[in-house]
Design a protein around this ligand. Sequence first.
Ligand code: ZN
Length: 104
Amino acid sequence: MKVKKGDLVKVIAGKDKGKEGKVLRVIPKENKVIVENVRIVKRHQRPTQRLREGGIIEREAPIDASNVMVICPSCNKPTRIGYRFMEEKKVRFCKKCGEIVDKV
Ligand SMILES: [Zn+2]
């Protein structure tokens, strides 16, 4: 997966197109990501011990990882990601400005 937890991404396709948010979770098996404040769904929550009231809660639903682009922390633009080896570690870099996206 080119997208990792904690990345800032922009949605480039689908009904949430144009939205931006932080990746909360990646689901590699389904090639999906959960992005903060994107694709909010309301779910009915049964009362639990922790949440005595129950009721309707809002949470993010997974979206297709291919619908998002990583926003480069260096140039602040949605970009394609490339890979490069540094000190035998695979790191991601921005194809626009060439800067490393991952903190090494
Ligand atoms: Zn960049």
